[in-house]
Design a protein around this ligand. Sequence first.
Ligand code: T1G
Length: 694
Amino acid sequence: MMDVVRYERDGAVAVITVANPPVNALGHAVRQGLWSAIDRFAEDDAQIAVILGEGKLFIGGADISEFGKPPREPFLPDVCTHIERAQKPVIAAVHGPALGGGCEVALGAHYRLAMKGARFGFPEVKLGLVPGAGGSQRMPRLTGVGPALEIMPAGGSVSAEEALAIGLVDRLAEGDVHQAGLDYARELLEQGAPVRPVGTMPHPAFDEEAFANARDVWARKSRGEVAPLKAIDAVELSTRMDIDEGIAAERRLFLELMETPQRAGLIHAFFNDREVAKLPELRGITPREVARVGVIGGGTMGAGIATSCLLSGLRVTLIERDTEAAEKARATITSNLDGAVKRGKLAAERRDPVLAMLSTETDYDALSTADLAIEAVFEDMGVKKEVFKKLDAVMKPGAILATNTSYLDVNEIASAISRPSDVIGLHFFSPAHVMKLLEVVVADATAGDVTATAFALAKRLGKVAVRAGVCDGFIGNRILSTYRGAADRMILEGASPWEIDAAIKAFGLPMGPFEMGDLAGLDIGYMTRQRKAATRDPRDVVPTWGDEMYHKGWLGQKTGRGYYTYEGRKGVPNEEVTPLIEAARGNRPQRRFSAEDIQRRYMAAMVNEGAKVVAEGIARRPLDVDVTLLYGYGFPRWRGGPMLWADREGLAGLLADIKAWSKDDPYFWQPAPLLEQLVSEGRTFADLNKENGQ
Ligand code: T1G
């Protein structure tokens, strides 16, 4: 077995290299290797040691795949203390990311060298944890509590330059990390530099105001997540406890959080982020080259898609029906880029060069050299087909023709042109240059390398791509319309829109369905109901109060009135909706819904439809549903996703509830056959993820 930690000598310098691809994670073998390397350093005549990582980074942290399994010694906090207690100086030479346990190993060293491009971070809270190997005790001793309170509750990181400025590192360097480490070691030797354990440095000052502010901010921002506030508690320990006591107390916090469902949910989400792009059908397929992109339609979505492409360095040609509309689109894109500068997503000096990559045209011939065209025009099949016919006429062979439709039949669009195998759905979410989710809608004729190109494009755009099959609403909007249906039914049975919104927010979503409706515009819901009216099942229910609100011009935030009335962005319940609802209820039996009742039905509808979407192959695996809801519909990441939530709740209980509710409403609450099958076989959605994985 290849050594994951190497010990080599270069004159008086011992070079300790962590070589555990892909990210030098601190699994058991690496911890043992580091421990033995420090023992060997103590025994031999090397005078100074340099710890560094092999490959693209220093150390990516503890091995997340070991979490939840019985921990094995040596434990990471002990390894870091063992490094710190070395009787000869130890340097950490950091290139690329040093995250979590990786940053803690660097803090265990006596001196820290940062290469250009290095990053130092504590992402533990993003996994539902706090630093567990002394990071919250050693960092504040170097930097004070301020920077630690900036980074740890947020799961953030700092650049090499910022790390030097806050005292986290001692030296910056450029070039080869190995050579830079050796040079710094020799310099310290010449200076007779002593060991310099961070742990024995004075406590950081207790800054009451800083802690109060941090707790106040994170009490509001964490929306039910527990780790950020625990991270603040951990940092506070450093202001009053000696290093060993502080590390022991930090470890207790860490192990406590390790047992929480939130940790399981966040780690489920971490691995899903990577697993979702791994599709058997993409194995060994080379994506097509994409450098020039055409965007058809400069409305909100078209302009957002163009902005997203420009921000990732692609050349964009935007087509609009006339010059005025083209200029309007350019103005929208320009303000999107200005917004990106404000959000720190684009350096101010890059704004003009990026904008220069945009050309706006009215003639489709301008797309004759484009590698990809993304259509984002009005959601009408006839209009879409016209656009695709024009694209088919001008685009070069091998170009990809994509539609941004959010529900129309991509197979039918593809059937309108001569090259259906080059057609795919790229369903962006609004605002397209901000939202990370991208549904890659694979039509029946779509070629494998077209799908592979879509996933490669998504990675380039910084999006999380989910493969979806063709059906009305694909994965996300289809499931949305179902749990919206559950909400409408609870209203008819006695719940109020505001109770439902409060319950769903308490569950961890940023907004309830009615607040979300007001934000998106209630005309969208009305149009969807109109569109579906012709094929609607007579047993389905229609939120007639919503239609009346539409006719009253109560469209939500954009008209200052919807389910809420708005002074600015803050809304108060619009009580005038109540009589409209009471009229719709007629003499239906009414009942009280507790917040738990509301959450249970809302989630059951989401999961039940999710199971149907998986069974039909619209989503490949349950994890695809989880990723879609997390990145496109505000589902709380710490719950991992609706399908994981269902597994944790117990599928049998959920199915029993659905069957009970189907007695009153057999049309809506039809148990998903896949759910029934899993329950009868004692299996879970997690089992399906494993079975349908790589
Ligand atoms: N443990 C195990 N596997 C990991 C891993 C980790 N820490 N980090 C990445 N991987 C896997 C990943 O699943 C993927 O696998 C492959 O490596 C490449 O990852 C005690 C408790 C380091 C910036 O949270 O942010 O330390 O899909 O595609 O884009 O206080 O990975 O190929 O099978 O993301 O180049 C804290 C998590 C842990 C960092 C590299 N550390 N990782 O990005 O590659 S908690 C983190 C990342 C901790 C201590 C605590 C990124 C990266 P596969 P990738 P990348």
